[in-house]
Design a protein around this ligand. Structure first.
Ligand SMILES: NC(=O)c1ccc[n+]([C@@H]2O[C@H](COP(=O)([O-])OP(=O)(O)OC[C@H]3O[C@@H](n4cnc5c(N)ncnc54)[C@H](O)[C@@H]3O)[C@@H](O)[C@H]2O)c1
Length: 262
């Protein structure tokens, strides 16, 4: 590595929303372990996992608020770091069938999951380095529907299209925009559902049986894909969706009904 490359590595920063818990925290650790400076944004203080809070920057606030983004921009401009990647990960997932969802609840989900992401894209327009990368956290629920997560599914479908349209908008600058579509990942979002069941172990096993890979992904599995999409290793990709669901959407209803046994 020559001196200029070494300096670029020293000063490169990644912005991660929802960096305090789950997949966002795993992403923050992935980048920190590879000498990136992490800027976390989260409603939950300190907006980073505890083990990173000292050496990295947490901005406590909602992705929906102007004030949050003003503070993020101010930090980037003053820090002298070069913003080279943005990971749009924060989301709100209320369990509500579509027709039981009020207009206010529906708007709130879209406001956080889509408009919040668009705000980060506007910041990237101003501050992301040419050749930088944006990685959006979509979901297989942006490609398929779920009866109890009505507004959430709609929001993740919008994330898919935001990814494609942003990929076109940034293409001439060499900035790539891709999305990850995970299936179930072992984070508080999914473990909460198991914990509410009478037998949490059985609830987990039941979910795992639906996945051909026979396991629920770990947050670190998804972070590794995000890292790949943020790095030059994926330079041929923009506007792409990377499905990371242990084969769930490769199956049909027969697999689910037979538990994969034929
Ligand atoms: N866990 C899964 O099974 C799964 C599957 C597919 C997609 N996803 C997606 O992955 C992403 C992360 O999910 P997770 O499971 O790690 O969730 P999580 O609930 O464990 O963590 C989400 C983090 O985002 C923060 N956050 C929520 N609203 C925010 C806001 N308005 N502003 C700033 N921060 C906010 C939370 O405080 C939390 O730290 C989400 O986009 C989710 O839709 C998760």
């Amino acid at each position: 590595m020559n001196q200029a490359d070494a300096q670029a590595t020293d000063r490169r920063a990644v912005l991660i929303t929802g960096a305090r818990a789950g997949i966002g925290a795993a992403c923050a650790r992935w980048f920190a372990a590879r000498a990136w400076q992490v800027i976390g944004v989260d409603i939950d203080a300190p907006a980073l996992p505890d083990d990173l809070a000292g050496e990295h920057t947490g901005v406590v606030g909602s992705v929906t608020g102007d004030e949050t983004w003003n503070r993020v921009a101010e930090h980037i401009e003053k820090s002298g770091h070069t913003l080279r990647a943005v990971v749009n990960n924060a989301a709100h997932q209320p369990e509500l069938p579509l027709l039981d969802t009020s207009v206010e609840e529906f708007s709130a989900v879209l406001h956080t999951n889509v408009v919040g992401m668009f705000r980060a894209i506007k910041l990237a327009d101003r501050l992301l380095a040419c050749d930088g990368a944006i990685v959006n956290m979509a979901s297989i629920l942006g490609l398929t529907a779920d009866p109890v997560l009505g507004a959430y599914c709609v929001s993740k479908g919008a994330v898919v299209q935001l990814t494609r349209t942003a990929a076109l908008a940034f293409a001439d600058r060499g900035i790539r925009v891709n999305a990850v579509c995970p299936g179930a990942v072992r984070t508080p979002l999914t473990t909460r559902v198991w914990d509410l069941a009478e037998d949490p172990q059985a609830a987990r096993a039941q979910m795992e049986r639906l996945y051909p890979a026979g396991r629920i992904a770990e947050p670190e599995d998804i972070a590794a894909i995000v890292g790949m999409l943020a790095s030059g290793e994926s330079r041929a990709m923009t506007g792409s969706l990377v499905v990371a669901d242990g084969g769930l959407t490769a199956t049909n209803a027969e697999f689910a009904l037979t538990g994969g046994l034929v």
